[in-house]
Structure formats: C-alpha cells, structure tokens
Design a protein. Structure first.
Length: 208
C-alpha cells in the first residue's frame, strides 16, 4: 500500500532521525509528514488520508503514550508504531495494550521498519472499512421514526408483537406495520439480520 494515497506521520524530537526516516520512507514510495513534537501533530491534526503514525515514546512535553491517548479520545483510527531508543518491556507492554500496532527499538533495520509500516497500513484499511460499514448502518437507523426506533429496539431483544403492543400501549396491527417499516428502512429481510445490525451498533451485547 504505497504511493501518494498513503501518508506516514513521523513524530520524533530528533531531527536527524526524522530526516533519515523520511528519506527511507519516501524512497520506498510513501508520502511523509514530519513533526518534532506531539503538540505539533495535534495542531495539524491528520485528515482522512490513509496512513499510520511512527511515534517516539520519550519526548519533551506530551510524550508518545500521552499522544496515543489523546488521539484515541479524538477518534483517530491511524495505527501507531512506537519507535524509540529508550524501549523497555513495561513501556512496550503498556503501549501495545493501548492498541499500538508495533513497538520497535532504534536502530531498526529497513526491512523490519517497512514490514511494520505495511502491517499498520493493513490495520488502517480494516479500521476504515469497519467505520464505513458502521456509518452506513447508523445512516439507515437514522431514517427510523422515534416509534419505529422503539419497535426496532424491542424486536431485536426478542419481544413478540403482542408484547411490544402492550409495552408501547398500541395494537398488534400497528406494531406489525411499524415492524414492516423498520425492516424496509434498515434493508434487512430477517430478524436475524436486524439483530446482527443491532449488535454491530452496540445496541446489544455481541454473541459468542
């Protein structure tokens, strides 16, 4: 996944390292954006261009792990590869538990670095595809009226039409009409599909 459509963000306070990494990545076909601090990246928040972040752990100001937390809060789906000369096992474990894609110690071999970047970009594609699918599902659910949304929430929890009519204070015939409208608007043909949609949207706990 190389080329102008891919942007690797390099955040490191070592100017010589930034220059060397940028040269290596550009020679391998990637576009590169360089930042000397976490704050500089936050001031120039990455857009929607596919990519990943190469991030130093120890920097003045906001360190790498703190930046990782900040990006997560912002909803960023850019995978992070930590690259540091100060790596140690506890820091590595903490970073990976916080969903870092990889943790590499400087100096790192060219092939090792590029392989890690490719894994990160593959993860970006997965996250982006998942976000797109969820956005599409949310758009369908947004078409429901408030009452249809209530019917949707009850039907995916296994309520029968008679039970829904009682809980909503309406007739079974009206519930059936709402249920039909829900299925059409959500573009599903079975209750199982509706339940799966609700699970993916976090409306129900996922089944094993």
């Amino acid at each position: 996944m190389t080329g102008s459509a891919t942007l690797v963000h390099v955040v490191d306070d070592d100017s010589l390292f930034r220059t060397a990494i940028a040269r290596l990545l550009r020679a391998s076909g990637y576009d590169v954006a360089l930042y000397e601090s976490s704050e500089q990246l936050l001031d120039n928040a990455p857009g929607d261009t596919p990519g990943c972040i190469l991030l130093d752990v120890r920097m003045a100001g906001l360190d790498g792990l703190e930046l990782q937390d900040r990006l997560k809060q912002m909803g960023s789906i850019l995978p992070i590869v930590f690259l540091t000369g100060h790596g140690d096992l506890p820091t590595s474990v903490k970073a990976i538990k916080a969903v870092a894609e990889d943790f590499l110690a400087k100096p790192v071999a060219k092939d090792t670095l590029l392989a890690s970047v490719e894994r990160a970009l593959a993860l970006y594609r997965e996250r982006h595809d998942l976000r797109t699918r969820l956005d599409n599902l949310r758009a369908l659910v947004a078409k429901l009226t408030p009452r249809e949304h209530e019917v949707f929430a009850l039907m995916v929890r296994g309520r029968l039409n008679k039970q829904m009519a009682y809980e909503l204070g309406t007739s079974e015939r009206t519930v059936k009409a709402h249920r039909h409208a829900v299925m059409e608007k959500l573009q599903v043909s079975s209750l199982a599909e509706a339940v799966s949609m609700a699970e993916r949207l976090g409306m129900l706990p996922a089944r094993d």
